[in-house]
Design a binder for this molecule. Structure first.
Ligand SMILES: [Zn+2]
Length: 249
């Protein structure tokens, strides 16, 4: 069922405050910017419910605001690969070939996945129960909305390789150096908290996992992976750790 394209509901700020644990950490001008971007996303992308499920204002508002955070300092053009967002009530059972639980292995069994971002202009799948739990309880470094929308940023340069478009050769070289270091460790089974070991599955998953931590657990990422935090801060052009420090004062 395709949601008719209308923007944020009138009571979107109340919904945001009720559903997003991090909402109070944003200044009012930042909340306004997130609202503008979320409104744009709701009007310009196809928001759909899985069969037997229905979208409501809380679902649309919560997911759109979280998606908006990634492009807070960029532009809506960064989501040009986003076409449809399909929301499922709960974990999606998906059959296909996936990276296995052990790095370097694959499995073709039916696996529960929290979300998927299909290549290029393909649909994105989001499990609402997972999205809501993460939105309500930030700080654990897990957020399926940040994860899937990061994949769409990765796809901007046509290759899903864990590298979104960067501004200069120098920035790209630094990005590759820093990300390869942490990715290689995860791939070899060396823990790099707060990064989830799932980031060792592929460079694309590494970028998505790193993005989850950057926005959802920025202080931990900055402390334990300062170089990674810095390249993400330069790409996203914002500093969630600085925001978290100010909001906890
Ligand atoms: Zn992923």
């Amino acid at each position: 069922m395709i949601h008719r394209r209308k923007g944020l509901p009138d009571d979107w700020e109340r919904i945001a405050a009720d559903h997003l644990g991090a909402w109070g950490g944003f200044r009012s001008d930042e909340q306004e910017r997130l609202g503008d971007l979320a409104d744009w996303l709701l009007r310009h992308k196809n928001w759909e419910a899985a069969n037997g499920f229905a979208l409501d204002d809380a679902i649309l508002t919560t997911i759109a605001i979280e998606a908006a955070l990634l492009i807070f300092s960029l532009s809506t053009d960064y989501y040009r690969e986003v076409s449809a967002i399909i929301v499922y009530p709960t974990t999606i059972l998906s059959r296909g070939t996936y990276a296995g639980p052990v790095p370097g292995t694959v499995t073709d069994s039916v696996l529960p996945v929290l979300g998927e971002a299909h290549d290029r202009r393909g649909a994105m799948l989001i499990a609402w129960d997972e999205a809501l739990a993460a939105a309500r309880n930030p700080g654990r470094g897990h957020n399926v909305v940040f994860h899937e929308f990061a994949h769409k940023l990765d796809m901007l340069d046509d290759i899903t390789d864990g590298t979104p478009p960067l501004e200069s050769k120098e920035a790209l070289a630094r990005w590759v150096e820093v990300c390869t270091n942490a990715y290689t460790a995860l791939r070899e089974g060396i823990p790099r908290p707060p990064l989830d070991p799932y980031g060792g599955v592929s460079p694309a998953e590494f970028f998505a996992v790193a993005t989850e931590n950057f926005f959802d657990a920025p202080l931990a990422l900055e402390e334990h992976e300062p170089d990674l935090f810095a390249v993400l801060r330069d790409f996203y052009k914002q500093d969630p750790a600085d925001r978290a420090r100010h909001s906890s004062r």
